[in-house]
Design a protein around this ligand. Sequence first.
Ligand code: AMP
Length: 425
Amino acid sequence: MRILVVGGGGREHALVWKIAQSPLAGKVFCAPGNPGTARLAENVAIPADDVDALSRWAVENRIDLVVVGPEGPLVLGLADRISAAGIPAFGPSAAAAQLEGSKAFAKEVMRAASIPTADHATFDALGPALARARAAHGRVVVKADGLAAGKGVVVCGNLAEAEEALRAILVDRVHGEAGARVLVEERLEGPEVSVIALVDGERVLVLPPAQDHKRIFDGDRGPNTGGMGAFTPTPTVDGALLEDVRDRVLLPTVREMKRRGTPFRGALYAGIMLTRDGPKVLEFNARFGDPETQPILMRMAGDLLPALLGAAQGDLSPVRLEIDPRPAVGVVMAAEGYPGRVTTGDAIDGAEGPFPPGAQIFVAGARRAADGRLVTSGGRVLTVCALGADRADAAARAYETVARVRFRGAQYRRDIGRTGPGEAT
Ligand code: AMP
């Protein structure tokens, strides 16, 4: 099979790494890819959101399966265009990707399917939104409706914070038209978990649950980022709870999308908070999470390709996933200044192996300089992953590998996989 993976981050490097191991894989391409994918696949110099150029290229190059990593091209209709050209696409249609593209739409689907989630109301004017926040004494979560690169959510502790967030999003339009509508949500409490499932429009195959760490500093402090690390499995989710999430969240969502005539195919990601009243949905993503995908794919013992193809073609029924029982930990190494303005162009040493047993590095914000060296080119530079006998061992192996990597100003958390929510620090 000739396979095209769309995207250029650590998630896409992990997908290419896993897909390239499949006995069914012939040639693997990645657009635009990065220096990590270039070692395993042929990079194609087309940006991930150039839907026209990507669909044309896939047809001209007789691609058999397109796997879409990021949400941007999905919301722009890349999967629709690829499927219309007769090529199976892993990733939802633009209509189904609205589960991520519009938080108001996601809430509407959850309401229709009776899926547990935070109470909320949607506003397009400041006055009524403020009144709602005031009624909750400012203990609300303010969310831009549309895609805001993971930055459209503000968890507020008082009315002043809520007012500032509402003004920034609705009035100053800091996220552009993504903030033409806002959601004001009840603020929930509890540990968070990411549950990702492969979906074929009807059936779901649930992947091992993961815990990610969004804050920049140890102990979950400091500003939010795209994610500083993740591990799987998570001690907060046992088999019964995972079944509960499947039966009360994932399957009802998939059924409701099918009922609406916009079936969901691809990776459905539910961000869940484990509240005292049971699991509640914080958000849906219409794709694999980054960095959760990196440690999750480390644990995928068998072939991933039949599952991706089954989801794309609408039949996952013959597919079984083989999961390595060993835990995996992924530590993100970020550039100086992240999540703010970052410095780039710093040489990276030690990131291209050989790696200790069970360890693997996935490349994200890095490029190959003219002299052949790997240099930083973005905020999140690498995800350093390892499998271990238990989570502490996996973390130890990941950090042993982190210690071999050097670039100026590297920042990373020291606590990924070392303590979990509800565990003693
Ligand atoms: P989201 O992009 O909607 O997942 O929001 C990003 C982060 O904001 C989540 O990972 C949570 O930490 C937090 N968050 C979102 N919604 C809520 C909520 N209703 N209550 C408490 N925290 C929330």
